[in-house]
Design a protein around this ligand. Structure first.
Ligand SMILES: CC(C)(COP(=O)(O)OP(=O)(O)OC[C@H]1O[C@@H](n2cnc3c(N)ncnc32)[C@H](O)[C@@H]1OP(=O)(O)O)[C@@H](O)C(=O)NCCC(=O)NCCS
Length: 177
């Protein structure tokens, strides 16, 4: 008997919202409980990046970076214009923020999220607001981010809470590997 495996990728429809801020907003977030440290991961090893990306993104269909070979991924995350910040909570990695300064006068928050056990503790607001502070220490005129309907339900309101303003929406498909 011939068994046919359907190897076609699964496509999930989603709506992406694009947001921006064009000046540093006057928003401050309270310091959450616990021992909180944000460290830049300089020249991050691919295995460490994949650990963060998969731990944070697996429940939300983060797949784009999973499709990349190690060499291709290293080229992106170790580029001098890309800065990876890791939130540490009580000594363990609890979140990642990937800031991409490769476009002139723009910072794009390429990836942002918390590990599952850190969600729902006010850490997202604090960490995101810290990225706003950091981005605007640079000579930028725009700080941008996008979020899709598959992300956590608090992502879009949180981005707006720290000062991002939606400017465009697009229907897209996520192609699962
Ligand atoms: C998006 C994300 C960063 C938001 O973080 P969060 O922890 O969910 O949101 P906040 O930091 O605003 O915390 C608010 C929640 O913490 C709760 N909380 C508990 N203790 C708190 C405290 N001391 N201070 C503030 N809020 C607290 C609040 O009640 C609220 O929960 P509720 O809405 O159920 O009432 C996070 O959900 C996440 O990383 N999700 C997975 C990845 C993702 O979707 N990333 C975005 C991709 S674009």
């Amino acid at each position: 008997m011939n068994i046919r495996h359907n190897s076609a990728p699964r496509r999930i429809p989603t709506v992406v919202t694009f947001l921006e801020m064009r000046a540093k907003p006057a928003v401050l977030a309270p310091l959450p409980k616990g021992k909180i440290v944000i460290l830049r991961a300089e020249h991050p090893p691919v295995h460490f990046y994949r650990y963060l990306y998969d731990t944070i993104g697996a429940p939300y269909h983060w797949v784009d970076r999973k499709k990349l070979a190690d060499e291709a991924l290293a080229k992106i995350i170790q580029a001098p214009q890309v800065e990876l910040y890791v939130l540490h909570v009580d000594g363990c990695p609890g979140g990642m923020a990937e800031l991409d300064f490769s476009k002139d006068a723009v910072c794009n928050l390429a990836y942002f999220g918390l590990t599952p056990e850190c969600i729902g503790r006010g850490l997202g607001f604090f960490f995101l607001q810290q990225t706003v502070e950091l981005a605007w220490t640079r000579p930028i005129q725009r700080y941008t981010v996008n979020t899709c309907t598959l992300d956590h339900r608090r992502a879009l309101p949180l981005y707006q809470r720290v000062g991002f303003v939606p400017y465009s929406r697009e229907e897209r498909y996520i192609e699962l590997p």
